[in-house]
Design a protein around this ligand. Structure first.
Ligand code: DAH
Length: 315
Protein backbone atom coordinates (compact mmCIF):
# COMPACT_ATOMS: atom_id res chain seq x y z
CA UNK A 1 0.00 0.00 0.00
CA UNK A 2 1.29 3.45 -0.83
CA UNK A 3 0.66 5.94 1.90
CA UNK A 4 -0.51 9.29 0.67
CA UNK A 5 0.93 11.98 2.86
CA UNK A 6 -1.29 14.96 3.41
CA UNK A 7 -0.28 18.11 5.15
CA UNK A 8 1.94 21.10 4.62
CA UNK A 9 4.36 21.03 1.72
CA UNK A 10 7.16 22.23 3.92
CA UNK A 11 8.15 21.68 7.50
CA UNK A 12 9.52 24.19 9.86
CA UNK A 13 12.08 22.52 12.00
CA UNK A 14 11.33 24.68 15.00
CA UNK A 15 7.81 23.53 15.80
CA UNK A 16 8.36 20.81 18.38
CA UNK A 17 6.80 22.03 21.63
CA UNK A 18 9.54 21.30 24.11
CA UNK A 19 12.69 21.74 22.08
CA UNK A 20 15.69 23.31 23.77
CA UNK A 21 16.65 25.50 20.87
CA UNK A 22 15.15 26.13 17.47
CA UNK A 23 16.46 24.35 14.43
CA UNK A 24 17.69 26.69 11.75
CA UNK A 25 16.75 24.79 8.68
CA UNK A 26 13.53 24.76 6.79
CA UNK A 27 13.24 21.69 4.61
CA UNK A 28 10.90 22.04 1.66
CA UNK A 29 9.47 19.11 -0.28
CA UNK A 30 11.38 20.17 -3.39
CA UNK A 31 14.64 19.98 -1.40
CA UNK A 32 14.32 16.23 -1.01
CA UNK A 33 11.62 14.79 -3.30
CA UNK A 34 12.45 15.30 -6.97
CA UNK A 35 11.30 13.94 -10.25
CA UNK A 36 14.76 12.75 -11.17
CA UNK A 37 16.08 9.23 -11.82
CA UNK A 38 18.74 9.66 -9.11
CA UNK A 39 16.11 10.55 -6.48
CA UNK A 40 14.52 7.80 -4.43
CA UNK A 41 12.99 9.79 -1.54
CA UNK A 42 9.25 9.12 -1.21
CA UNK A 43 6.76 11.59 0.25
CA UNK A 44 6.35 9.36 3.28
CA UNK A 45 9.97 10.06 4.17
CA UNK A 46 9.68 13.78 3.54
CA UNK A 47 6.78 13.82 6.00
CA UNK A 48 9.16 12.59 8.71
CA UNK A 49 12.06 14.85 7.81
CA UNK A 50 12.96 17.43 10.34
CA UNK A 51 9.35 17.57 11.41
CA UNK A 52 8.85 15.42 14.43
CA UNK A 53 12.25 15.86 16.06
CA UNK A 54 11.53 13.13 18.55
CA UNK A 55 15.05 13.41 19.95
CA UNK A 56 14.39 17.03 20.93
CA UNK A 57 11.26 16.29 22.92
CA UNK A 58 12.13 15.91 26.57
CA UNK A 59 9.06 13.76 27.29
CA UNK A 60 9.58 11.39 24.39
CA UNK A 61 11.41 8.13 25.23
CA UNK A 62 14.05 9.02 22.61
CA UNK A 63 14.54 12.47 24.16
CA UNK A 64 14.65 10.90 27.63
CA UNK A 65 17.44 8.51 26.62
CA UNK A 66 19.33 11.32 24.88
CA UNK A 67 19.15 13.48 28.01
CA UNK A 68 20.22 10.57 30.23
CA UNK A 69 23.31 10.10 28.06
CA UNK A 70 23.99 13.84 28.16
CA UNK A 71 23.75 13.69 31.97
CA UNK A 72 26.33 10.90 32.06
CA UNK A 73 28.80 12.83 29.92
CA UNK A 74 28.21 16.14 31.74
CA UNK A 75 28.73 14.53 35.13
CA UNK A 76 31.79 12.48 34.22
CA UNK A 77 33.55 14.87 31.86
CA UNK A 78 32.72 18.26 33.43
CA UNK A 79 30.62 19.44 30.49
CA UNK A 80 33.56 18.90 28.14
CA UNK A 81 31.46 17.37 25.34
CA UNK A 82 29.85 19.80 22.88
CA UNK A 83 26.33 18.69 21.99
CA UNK A 84 24.69 18.93 18.61
CA UNK A 85 21.12 17.83 17.97
CA UNK A 86 20.10 20.16 15.19
CA UNK A 87 22.44 19.31 12.34
CA UNK A 88 20.61 18.99 9.05
CA UNK A 89 20.10 15.35 7.96
CA UNK A 90 20.71 16.33 4.32
CA UNK A 91 24.42 15.69 3.69
CA UNK A 92 26.74 15.10 0.76
CA UNK A 93 27.88 11.60 -0.24
CA UNK A 94 31.34 12.89 0.68
CA UNK A 95 30.26 13.52 4.28
CA UNK A 96 28.15 10.38 4.60
CA UNK A 97 30.64 7.99 2.97
CA UNK A 98 33.99 9.32 1.67
CA UNK A 99 35.06 11.41 4.67
CA UNK A 100 34.57 8.41 6.97
CA UNK A 101 36.22 5.93 4.60
CA UNK A 102 33.18 3.89 3.60
CA UNK A 103 34.53 1.82 0.67
CA UNK A 104 33.20 2.50 -2.83
CA UNK A 105 31.64 -0.96 -3.04
CA UNK A 106 30.05 -0.88 0.44
CA UNK A 107 26.41 -1.93 0.39
CA UNK A 108 25.32 1.20 2.29
CA UNK A 109 26.19 3.31 -0.79
CA UNK A 110 23.59 1.54 -2.93
CA UNK A 111 20.30 3.12 -3.96
CA UNK A 112 18.68 0.14 -2.36
CA UNK A 113 19.97 1.05 1.09
CA UNK A 114 20.24 4.83 1.19
CA UNK A 115 17.90 7.68 0.27
CA UNK A 116 19.51 9.76 -2.47
CA UNK A 117 18.30 13.28 -3.21
CA UNK A 118 20.64 13.40 -6.20
CA UNK A 119 23.79 11.49 -7.06
CA UNK A 120 25.85 13.55 -4.60
CA UNK A 121 23.35 14.25 -1.83
CA UNK A 122 21.73 11.84 0.61
CA UNK A 123 19.72 11.70 3.79
CA UNK A 124 22.41 10.73 6.29
CA UNK A 125 22.27 7.02 7.02
CA UNK A 126 24.29 7.49 10.22
CA UNK A 127 25.34 10.33 12.47
CA UNK A 128 28.92 9.37 11.63
CA UNK A 129 28.25 11.60 8.59
CA UNK A 130 28.71 14.65 10.85
CA UNK A 131 32.05 13.56 12.34
CA UNK A 132 34.56 14.94 9.86
CA UNK A 133 32.95 18.37 9.54
CA UNK A 134 32.87 18.87 13.32
CA UNK A 135 36.50 17.76 13.60
CA UNK A 136 37.40 20.22 10.85
CA UNK A 137 35.57 22.96 12.74
CA UNK A 138 37.91 22.27 15.66
CA UNK A 139 35.68 20.30 18.03
CA UNK A 140 37.57 17.68 20.02
CA UNK A 141 34.82 16.26 22.26
CA UNK A 142 31.30 16.04 20.91
CA UNK A 143 27.99 14.22 20.82
CA UNK A 144 25.78 14.39 17.73
CA UNK A 145 22.17 13.28 17.98
CA UNK A 146 19.89 13.18 14.98
CA UNK A 147 17.46 11.44 12.70
CA UNK A 148 18.98 8.97 10.24
CA UNK A 149 17.41 7.34 7.22
CA UNK A 150 17.75 3.87 5.71
CA UNK A 151 15.74 2.07 3.06
CA UNK A 152 14.85 -0.79 5.38
CA UNK A 153 11.63 -2.72 5.17
CA UNK A 154 9.46 -2.13 8.18
CA UNK A 155 8.98 -4.58 11.01
CA UNK A 156 8.87 -4.40 14.80
CA UNK A 157 12.55 -3.44 15.06
CA UNK A 158 13.19 -1.66 11.74
CA UNK A 159 11.87 1.64 10.49
CA UNK A 160 13.27 3.80 7.67
CA UNK A 161 13.79 6.70 10.08
CA UNK A 162 15.42 6.35 13.44
CA UNK A 163 17.75 8.25 15.74
CA UNK A 164 21.40 7.82 16.52
CA UNK A 165 23.93 9.43 18.78
CA UNK A 166 27.55 9.70 17.80
CA UNK A 167 30.31 10.46 20.26
CA UNK A 168 33.87 11.51 19.50
CA UNK A 169 36.78 12.25 21.81
CA UNK A 170 40.18 13.43 20.56
CA UNK A 171 43.42 12.91 22.51
CA UNK A 172 46.79 14.61 22.40
CA UNK A 173 50.26 13.00 22.82
CA UNK A 174 50.52 14.25 26.41
CA UNK A 175 47.41 12.23 27.30
CA UNK A 176 48.90 8.84 26.47
CA UNK A 177 52.58 9.61 27.09
CA UNK A 178 51.90 10.27 30.78
CA UNK A 179 50.69 6.68 31.07
CA UNK A 180 53.52 5.18 29.00
CA UNK A 181 51.02 3.85 26.49
CA UNK A 182 50.76 4.22 22.72
CA UNK A 183 47.90 6.40 21.53
CA UNK A 184 45.72 3.59 20.18
CA UNK A 185 45.92 1.46 23.34
CA UNK A 186 45.22 4.50 25.48
CA UNK A 187 42.19 5.53 23.41
CA UNK A 188 40.79 1.97 23.29
CA UNK A 189 41.09 1.66 27.06
CA UNK A 190 39.51 5.05 27.68
CA UNK A 191 36.70 4.26 25.23
CA UNK A 192 35.82 0.98 26.92
CA UNK A 193 35.85 2.54 30.36
CA UNK A 194 33.65 5.40 29.20
CA UNK A 195 31.07 3.18 27.47
CA UNK A 196 30.90 0.58 30.22
CA UNK A 197 30.14 3.47 32.59
CA UNK A 198 27.47 4.73 30.22
CA UNK A 199 25.80 1.31 29.97
CA UNK A 200 25.80 1.09 33.77
CA UNK A 201 24.35 4.57 34.05
CA UNK A 202 21.47 3.52 31.80
CA UNK A 203 20.90 -0.10 32.78
CA UNK A 204 22.32 -0.52 36.24
CA UNK A 205 24.72 -3.26 37.18
CA UNK A 206 24.59 -5.44 34.06
CA UNK A 207 27.05 -7.99 32.73
CA UNK A 208 28.86 -6.75 29.61
CA UNK A 209 31.19 -8.10 26.96
CA UNK A 210 33.23 -6.64 24.11
CA UNK A 211 33.14 -8.15 20.63
CA UNK A 212 35.79 -7.37 18.01
CA UNK A 213 34.17 -6.24 14.79
CA UNK A 214 34.70 -4.16 11.64
CA UNK A 215 33.66 -0.59 10.86
CA UNK A 216 35.23 1.37 8.01
CA UNK A 217 35.91 4.38 10.23
CA UNK A 218 37.62 2.75 13.19
CA UNK A 219 40.47 0.34 13.87
CA UNK A 220 40.30 -1.51 16.15
CA UNK A 221 36.48 -1.67 16.20
CA UNK A 222 34.25 -3.11 18.89
CA UNK A 223 30.66 -3.80 19.78
CA UNK A 224 29.44 -3.61 23.34
CA UNK A 225 26.92 -6.22 24.39
CA UNK A 226 25.13 -6.53 27.71
CA UNK A 227 23.25 -9.34 29.34
CA UNK A 228 19.78 -7.99 29.99
CA UNK A 229 16.61 -9.93 30.75
CA UNK A 230 18.33 -13.23 29.92
CA UNK A 231 19.66 -12.20 26.51
CA UNK A 232 22.88 -10.73 25.12
CA UNK A 233 21.92 -7.45 23.47
CA UNK A 234 24.04 -5.25 21.25
CA UNK A 235 24.25 -1.79 22.77
CA UNK A 236 26.53 0.13 20.42
CA UNK A 237 29.42 0.14 17.93
CA UNK A 238 32.68 1.97 18.50
CA UNK A 239 36.42 2.02 18.00
CA UNK A 240 39.60 4.00 17.61
CA UNK A 241 39.20 6.47 14.74
CA UNK A 242 41.18 5.71 11.57
CA UNK A 243 44.20 8.03 11.35
CA UNK A 244 43.25 9.03 7.80
CA UNK A 245 40.00 10.60 9.05
CA UNK A 246 41.87 12.63 11.64
CA UNK A 247 44.61 13.72 9.23
CA UNK A 248 42.09 14.86 6.62
CA UNK A 249 40.27 16.79 9.32
CA UNK A 250 43.38 18.67 10.39
CA UNK A 251 44.15 16.53 13.44
CA UNK A 252 47.59 15.18 12.59
CA UNK A 253 49.36 13.71 15.60
CA UNK A 254 46.14 13.09 17.51
CA UNK A 255 44.30 9.88 18.35
CA UNK A 256 40.54 9.67 18.85
CA UNK A 257 37.76 7.30 19.73
CA UNK A 258 34.23 7.28 18.38
CA UNK A 259 31.00 5.46 19.07
CA UNK A 260 27.53 5.30 17.56
CA UNK A 261 24.33 4.06 19.15
CA UNK A 262 20.67 3.75 18.20
CA UNK A 263 18.35 5.65 20.52
CA UNK A 264 15.15 3.74 19.60
CA UNK A 265 16.87 0.48 20.35
CA UNK A 266 18.01 1.65 23.79
CA UNK A 267 14.59 3.17 24.55
CA UNK A 268 12.83 -0.05 23.53
CA UNK A 269 15.00 -2.11 25.86
CA UNK A 270 14.90 0.39 28.74
CA UNK A 271 11.18 1.07 28.61
CA UNK A 272 9.96 -2.28 27.32
CA UNK A 273 8.55 -0.68 24.16
CA UNK A 274 7.57 -3.65 22.00
CA UNK A 275 7.51 -2.15 18.52
CA UNK A 276 9.57 0.60 16.86
CA UNK A 277 6.50 1.82 14.94
CA UNK A 278 5.02 3.04 18.22
CA UNK A 279 7.48 5.93 18.21
CA UNK A 280 5.74 7.29 15.13
CA UNK A 281 2.14 6.53 15.96
CA UNK A 282 -0.01 9.56 15.48
CA UNK A 283 -3.13 7.83 16.76
CA UNK A 284 -4.21 7.63 20.33
CA UNK A 285 -0.97 6.44 21.82
CA UNK A 286 -0.35 7.53 25.33
CA UNK A 287 2.92 7.13 27.08
CA UNK A 288 3.31 7.46 30.79
CA UNK A 289 6.75 7.25 32.24
CA UNK A 290 6.98 5.98 35.76
CA UNK A 291 10.27 7.11 37.18
CA UNK A 292 11.65 5.02 39.97
CA UNK A 293 14.73 5.84 42.02
CA UNK A 294 17.07 4.27 39.46
CA UNK A 295 17.10 3.94 35.70
CA UNK A 296 16.58 0.21 35.99
CA UNK A 297 13.19 0.92 37.46
CA UNK A 298 11.98 3.32 34.84
CA UNK A 299 9.09 1.88 32.95
CA UNK A 300 6.91 3.14 30.18
CA UNK A 301 3.37 2.15 29.59
CA UNK A 302 1.92 2.50 26.15
CA UNK A 303 -1.80 2.56 25.87
CA UNK A 304 -2.46 1.95 22.23
CA UNK A 305 -6.00 2.44 21.19
CA UNK A 306 -5.27 2.48 17.48
CA UNK A 307 -3.63 -0.29 15.53
CA UNK A 308 -0.18 0.05 14.02
CA UNK A 309 -1.44 1.25 10.70
CA UNK A 310 -0.16 3.77 8.21
CA UNK A 311 3.44 2.75 8.51
CA UNK A 312 4.08 1.37 5.07
CA UNK A 313 6.78 3.15 3.11
CA UNK A 314 6.59 2.11 -0.49
CA UNK A 315 8.05 4.12 -3.32
N1 DAH B 1 27.86 4.42 12.03
C1 DAH B 1 27.66 3.10 12.62
C2 DAH B 1 26.28 2.58 12.25
O1 DAH B 1 25.44 3.34 11.86
C3 DAH B 1 27.77 3.16 14.13
C4 DAH B 1 29.16 3.44 14.58
C5 DAH B 1 30.02 2.41 14.78
C6 DAH B 1 29.60 4.74 14.76
C7 DAH B 1 31.33 2.62 15.17
C8 DAH B 1 30.92 4.98 15.16
C9 DAH B 1 31.77 3.91 15.36
O2 DAH B 1 31.40 6.20 15.35
O3 DAH B 1 33.05 4.16 15.75
O4 DAH B 1 26.03 1.41 12.37
Amino acid sequence: MIVKVKGPSQHRCDKAPDTRKALPQLIKRGDVVRDDPTNNVPDAIFSKLGMQLLHRRDQNPIGIVKNAIYDYFDANYSNKFDKFDDLCPIVSTKENFDDVLVPLDHVSRSYNDTYYIDSQTVLRCHTTANQAELLRRGHTHFLVTGDVYRRDSIDSTHYPVFHQMEGVSVFFPGDWETFGLDGTSYAAEDLKKCLEGLAQHLFGNVEMRWIDTYFPFTNPSFELEMYFQEKWLEVLGCGVTEQEILKKSGKTGNVAWAFGLGLEWLAMVLFGIPDIRLFWSTGAVHLSILKGPAWGQVQAIFKVSSSLQGHEFLD
